[in-house]
Design a binder for this molecule. Sequence first.
Ligand SMILES: *[C@@H]1O[C@H](CO)[C@@H](O)[C@H](O)[C@H]1NC(C)=O
Ligand SMILES: *[C@@H]1O[C@H](CO)[C@@H](O)[C@H](O)[C@H]1NC(C)=O
Length: 141
Amino acid sequence: MKLLLSSLAFISTALAQRVAITYPNLGQNIPAGSSINVQVAEGLQLSSITEVGIAVTLQHCQQNPCEDVSNDLGIVFYSGPYQNQEFTPPSAPGWPYQNFTVNVPSGFQKGPAVFSVAHAQLVGAGPEFFNEIENVTVNII
Ligand SMILES: *[C@@H]1O[C@H](CO)[C@@H](O)[C@H](O)[C@H]1NC(C)=O
Ligand SMILES: *[C@@H]1O[C@H](CO)[C@@H](O)[C@H](O)[C@H]1NC(C)=O
């Protein structure tokens, strides 16, 4: 029984769908005071998943590579539903994504900074709660 329960837990964890930040690119130069799309993509659309929501944040890094900012995410640009859509033609399916247009404040500190996407979903028949933080480090100029 113990074995069965742990393998079920493994299966439902395996079905969670992580998101990926597909724009901006790693190390991209972004002028303070400009607006940019933060593009958040997710793979296969599984009916067993209910999206709870995401947040999009930006934090200046004290060092390069950036320290872990998961407890200090910085400016919250967005917090709410995640509704990705398929934008690529059926012949070349990509990951469905949602763009979040954010305005980097003109006073934002120059140098390395990290966009984080905190993501939560309910997985499987239980359902099981799944959450993650994805990130991409950019360069504020
Ligand atoms: C989403 O943002 C990317 C990057 O700016 C852009 O290339 C793409 O056209 C945008 N997609 C939509 C549907 O606006
Ligand atoms: C970005 O995510 C990776 C993988 O989860 C983590 O190891 C790293 O500390 C994160 N970076 C920042 C700046 O939070």
